[in-house]
Design a protein around this ligand. Structure first.
Ligand SMILES: [Zn+2]
Length: 193
């Protein structure tokens, strides 16, 4: 026996004039959904040979502290920053590789010692890879709380002009500043009193 197939056609009458705004709205929604999304740039890595050791220090120091920030998507160049007195700049754009520009001028790089260069590179990596902002607070002894301060790169450097006081050689402070970079809730060190 053949089962009868039942097909029902339903016709709903809608006044086309009343439908128009609805159609338009649907099109707008569809168009906005289909707007081509900006494809994220593929991960790329380009760091000048002179700066690479500092990026490696950054990886090593974070590893020691049980953290592994992503460092394989990064572009660093020597070049002109927004102002001649700006030593470094981090450009962060969504979907794009973080870009750091280091100013080669004397104070910023050419005449700076290794500790100051390291501090500058870490500061920019703090912006670009850790999303850290600036932190300009100071301890009771007037030392900056963070290497994310905006004024001073010479916060854990050796004595440039020995004047015989204990605070001239600030290299022992480096560990604290890296702890603070990895965890901004790090408590104040003994030397900060
Ligand atoms: Zn900064």
């Amino acid at each position: 026996m053949e089962t009868p197939t039942v097909v029902t056609f339903v016709t709903i009458y809608v006044d086309p004039m009343r439908l128009a705004p609805l159609l338009l709205l649907t099109m707008v929604i569809l168009l906005s959904c289909q707007r081509p999304q900006l494809k994220p740039e593929p991960a790329q890595y380009s760091v000048p040979v002179e700066i690479e050791p500092y990026v490696q220090h950054f990886r090593d120091e974070f590893k020691k502290r049980g953290q592994t920030p992503t460092t394989n998507n990064l572009i660093i160049t020597f070049g002109a920053t927004q102002g001649s007195d700006v030593c470094g700049q981090c450009l962060l754009e969504s979907g794009k590789t973080p870009r750091i520009i280091i100013n080669t001028n004397g104070v910023c790089w050419r005449d700076a010692n290794g500790y100051e260069r390291e501090c500058l590179v870490f500061h920019e990596l703090g912006h670009c890879l850790l999303n850290r902002g600036h932190r300009n607070s100071r301890f009771p002894n007037n030392a900056y709380v963070s290497l994310m301060n905006t004024n001073d790169w010479d916060i854990f450097g050796p004595c440039t002009y020995p004047v015989g006081n204990d605070e001239c050689d600030k290299r022992p402070r480096r560990d604290y500043y890296l702890d603070e970079l990895a965890d901004s809730t790090t408590s104040a060190p003994i030397w900060a009193k």
